[in-house]
Design a protein around this ligand. Structure first.
Ligand SMILES: Cc1cc2nc3c(=O)[nH]c(=O)nc-3n(C[C@H](O)[C@H](O)[C@H](O)COP(=O)(O)O)c2cc1C
Length: 326
C-alpha cells in the first residue's frame, strides 16, 4: 500500500535532482528540450488552476498539461483552495497519464492566494490537509507538495508535521517564507531540520530542498550537507538545458559552444511554435532568448535582433546569419 502511494518516487535514485515548475518557462516545449539535452530525475508542469480545469477554463488550460513520453516521470502541478474541485481535476490528471500530482502551497501570487491557494494555505493547515486527501482520492497517484518554510514567519516544525500527517509521497521546501519572497538567500539549514523532523515523525515522505542551487554540483553539495533526499533546481535552467547533464557531457557540447547553443535556441523556438504557438504568446520565448544569448562577444547585438523577432523562422534566420563564418 505504501509502495503504491509513493509510486515512481520510490524508484528514483537519491539524491533526486528535480526540475522546478516555473510558469511560462518550463512549459511543454522547454521541458522537451531539457529531456533531450540533460534530463533531470523528475519534472513538473507549470502550475495550473484545478478550479479552471474543471470549469469553462479547461480548453485554455490544457496546453499547460501537454507533455511527451520523453519527460517521464512527469508530475502535474495544480493549485486550488477547493477540495471538491481539486478532486475532479486530480481525476483528469490521472486520465491524462501523469506519473504524479503536485499541489502548489508556496506561490505568493496575490490572485492565486485570493482563491485560497498557493502560499496562503500555510495559514490554513486544515484546508491544506483536505486538499491532499482530495488529490490522493481523485488521482490515485503519488501526491507531492511544494511549499515554503512559513508565511509571515518560519513555522517549519508545525507546518511540516501537518503535511506529513497526510503521508504525501514527497515535499519540496523552498527554503524561504512567503514574506521573504526570493529576496534573501534560501535557508538551507532549515532543510536539514526538515529532514530531522521527517525522521522524528517516522514518515516516509521524501524531502527535497529548493532555493538558489546554481549548478548540479551545488545541488549535490546541498543534498549531502543537509541529508535531503533531493534538490529542486529552478532558475539555474535558464539558458542552460544541459544543466542536469553537467558531468556527462563532453566539453564540445557544453553551452559555451556558441553555435550549438544557437542551434538549440532555434530548436526550442520551433518546438514552442509547434506545441504552444496557438495557445501562448510568442513573447514568452523572449526571456529564453535573453538567457541563451549572454556573456559572449556580440551577445548584446544578437539579443537586440532576437527581441524584435516575432516568429520562429525569423529567429532561425537571425541565428544562422550570426553563426556564419565572418
Ligand atoms: C519565472 C518563475 C516561475 C515560477 N513558477 C512556479 C510555478 O508555476 N510553481 C511553483 O511551485 N513554483 C514556481 N516558481 C518557483 C520555483 O519553482 C522555485 O521554487 C524558485 O525559483 C526557487 O528555486 P531556484 O532558486 O532554484 O530558482 C517560479 C519561479 C520563477 C522564477
Amino acid at each position: 500500500m505504501r509502495f503504491m502511494s509513493q509510486g515512481f518516487w520510490q524508484k528514483l535514485k537519491k539524491p533526486i535532482m528535480a526540475l522546478a515548475p516555473m510558469a511560462d518557462v518550463t512549459d511543454a516545449a522547454f521541458r522537451r528540450i531539457i529531456a533531450k539535452y540533460g534530463k533531470p530525475d523528475v519534472m513538473f508542469t507549470e502550475f495550473t488552476s484545478a478550479d479552471g480545469l474543471v470549469s469553462g477554463g479547461k480548453e485554455k488550460l490544457l496546453p499547460n498539461l501537454l507533455y511527451s513520453e520523453s519527460e517521464r516521470p512527469i508530475v502535474a502541478q495544480l493549485f486550488s483552495g477547493n477540495p471538491e474541485k481539486l478532486f475532479e481535476a486530480a481525476r483528469l490528471v490521472k486520465e491524462l497519464g501523469f506519473d504524479g500530482l503536485d499541489i502548489n502551497m508556496g506561490c505568493p501570487d496575490r490572485s492565486i492566494e485570493k482563491a485560497g491557494a498557493g502560499a496562503v494555505l500555510i495559514k490554513n493547515p486544515k484546508l491544506a490537509r483536505e486538499l491532499i486527501r482530495a488529490a490522493k482520492k481523485g488521482s490515485k497517484l503519488p501526491v507531492s507538495i511544494k511549499t515554503r518554510l512559513g508565511y509571515g514567519k518560519d513555522i517549519l516544525e508545525e507546518w511540516l508535521s501537518e503535511l506529513l500527517a497526510e503521508e504525501p509521497a514527497a515535499i519540496t521546501i523552498h527554503a524561504r517564507t512567503r514574506k521573504e519572497m526570493s529576496k534573501v538567500p534560501a535557508h538551507w539549514g532549515r532543510i536539514q531540520r526538515a529532514v530531522e523532523i521527517r525522521t522524528e515523525l517516522k514518515s516516509e515522505a521524501l524531502i527535497l530542498g529548493n532555493g538558489d542551487a546554481v549548478s548540479l554540483a551545488d545541488a549535490h553539495r546541498k543534498a549531502a550537507e543537509t541529508g535531503a533526499d533531493g534538490v529542486m533546481l529552478g532558475r539555474a535552467i535558464f539558458g542552460n538545458p544541459f544543466l542536469f547533464a553537467e558531468q556527462k557531457y563532453d566539453l564540445r557540447f557544453r553551452m559555451y559552444d556558441l553555435r550549438r547553443k544557437l542551434e538549440i535556441l532555434v530548436e526550442h523556438t520551433k518546438l514552442f511554435k509547434e506545441l504552444l504557438g496557438k495557445h501562448k504568446n510568442f513573447a514568452i520565448m523572449k526571456k529564453h532568448f535573453k538567457a541563451y544569448v549572454a556573456s559572449f562577444s556580440g551577445a548584446k547585438e544578437l539579443r537586440t535582433k532576437l527581441m524584435e523577432a516575432s516568429s520562429a523562422s525569423e529567429v532561425q534566420d537571425i541565428a544562422e546569419i550570426f553563426s556564419m563564418p565572418q
